[in-house]
Write a protein that binds this ligand. Structure first.
Ligand SMILES: Cc1cc2nc3c(=O)[nH]c(=O)nc-3n(C[C@H](O)[C@H](O)[C@H](O)COP(=O)(O)OP(=O)(O)OC[C@H]3O[C@@H](n4cnc5c(N)ncnc54)[C@H](O)[C@@H]3O)c2cc1C
Length: 441
């Protein structure tokens, strides 16, 4: 959708093919128990500059998100709050006054961040986050309550396996940049209403088209351009952006041998799950903050959806990356997490329902030296967009937005460079593919 918005803004009437009946992909609305939930609780941060600019452009303004100053709380063990001061003091003062860290641990955190700045957040050679933290003599508590949760939340990969280089990019843009960049941004609406639906409206109003429930089955390339076959018809386009999840690219590209190298890169990716548990209580005590860390065995973050989105009685618990949760049956996991919530919020009572949603391939595993595919392919006019393409960001909404916008600009420039009068240029996102739509450009 980011690619499609960018294309229509560039005057290209993009057509989006979306296989599902509604928009959003891995960040979408799901309806359960009469509530609009999401396939997983998401969080954005102030450093998502392109996502936030895009939301503004399509008219999904600040009322749709809750902006909170950075607070990293694991009651009763740890509490770090950014100060209302300009960078770097917002964080420096936060670290100095953090509860749950010894003086030495705080100084070592600060000195680690100083070192990151000195090397401009670039490592000579990538390693795993856990090793980098040991090299910089980070204390056990700092690792347990600050660095490890940050790594798992941002990279969806445990620190023992996660890329230190990508982690440093997150620190650079999220923690060590401006105070606004470190803000936590929580969607007040469901994710489909937050971005893809208003984006679809914007695209339609600006000459594009959205084809829902229209899975592209195959893409062929010949002298006429790219033929997209879906269940109802076949259309020909000059430019196509494949904007699916990485695991969905191979069947589409089966007849495009020029994509061989990128398909190999995609095939080498491993994936990590994310589980979200929604727990609904008849009555909910006020939580100290809308998002708090959990330090038990399973739950990692607890979100107060009544404070965030006005959904009375609703909590969301997030468990990122592969771990113990995958070894339990869903009912058992629900029981264990419910007990952890009760320990954190004594007197909360029993939920009247619990909904467990597991996304098994939530993101690619963000390991060191990962060879991610480029946006441009070996085939002129064909691009790959999505959170998995080459970038110094982990698999996030911001990475997906940047990738989509970049493909749109590449597609537009290429189309502009060689417009064919007898064969008009077209572009499509088949959640596929931004292409330039038939006969339009
Ligand atoms: C549970 C969970 C929690 C997450 N939490 C966060 C978070 O807190 N913050 C954050 O920034 N990121 C988070 N992420 C990651 C974020 O959701 C993804 O990075 C982002 O949604 C990826 O977007 P995308 O456009 O690259 O791919 P997708 O969202 O996967 O979109 C691909 C689309 O292609 C469609 N498609 C597939 N095949 C075809 C076909 N043949 N024809 C037509 N359409 C097709 C799919 O239906 C889908 O709509 C989370 C992800 C999950 C799953």
């Amino acid at each position: 959708m980011a690619a499609a918005v960018e294309l229509v803004d560039l005057g290209v009437p993009a057509t989006v093919y979306e296989a599902a009946g509604s928009l959003g992909g891995r960040a979408r609305r799901v309806s359960r128990h009469g509530f609009m939930l999401d396939n997983g609780q998401h969080i954005l941060i102030g450093a998502y500059t392109q996502t936030l600019a895009l939301l503004e452009r399509i008219g999904s303004d600040d009322r749709h998100v809750l902006r909170l100053p950075l607070q990293w709380r694991f009651p009763p063990h740890f509490d770090l709050r950014a100060f209302a001061a300009p960078a770097p003091w917002h964080l420096a003062l936060g670290l100095l006054t953090a509860r749950g860290l010894s003086i030495t641990a705080r100084l070592r955190c600060a000195s680690f961040l100083q070192w990151c700045k000195r090397v401009q957040f670039r490592l000579p050679a990538d390693t795993c986050v856990a090793d980098l933290l040991v090299q910089h003599r980070q204390d056990r508590e700092a690792i347990r309550f600050l660095w490890d949760p940050l790594c798992v939340a941002a990279l969806n990969t445990p620190s023992q396996e996660a890329s230190a280089q990508v982690f440093l990019s997150v620190l650079r843009d999220g923690l060590a940049s401006t105070r606004a960049a470190s803000e936590l941004i929580l969607p007040r609406t469901d994710l489909t209403s937050l971005f893809p639906e208003p984006a679809a409206e914007y695209v339609a109003q600006h000459g594009g088209e959205i084809r829902l429930g229209c899975a592209v089955q195959r893409i062929d390339h010949d002298a006429d351009g790219f033929r997209l076959r879906c269940s109802t018809d076949e259309q020909c386009y000059d430019v196509v952006i494949i904007a699916t999840a990485p695991s969905q690219v191979a069947p589409l590209a089966a007849h495009l041998p020029q994509l061989g190298a990128q398909l190999q890169q995609i095939a080498a990716l491993d994936y990590q799950p994310i589980v979200t548990l929604y727990l609904h209580y008849p009555e909910l005590p006020a939580l100290p903050f809308p998002m708090i860390g959990m330090s038990g065995e399973f739950g990692q973050w607890l979100f107060d959806r009544s404070a965030i989105s006005g959904q009375q009685g609703l909590l969301a618990v997030v468990i990122s990356a592969r771990g113990r949760a995958q070894r339990l049956k869903r009912e058992d996991l629900a029981t264990r997490v419910q007990a952890e919530v009760s320990a954190l919020l004594p007197g909360i009572g029993t939920p009247d329902w619990v909904q467990v949603i597991e996304e098994k391939r939530a993101t690619f595993a963000c390991i060191p030296n990962l060879d991610r595919p480029a946006n441009q392919t070996g085939l002129r006019g064909l691009y790959l967009a999505g959170d998995y393409t080459a970038s110094d960001y982990p698999a996030t909404i911001e990475a997906a937005v940047r990738s989509g916008r970049c493909c749109a600009r590449l597609a537009h420039d290429e189309a502009g460079a060689a417009p064919s009068p007898e064969h008009p240029t077209r572009a499509e996102p088949a959640s596929a593919a931004p292409h330039l739509a038939p006969g339009s450009h």
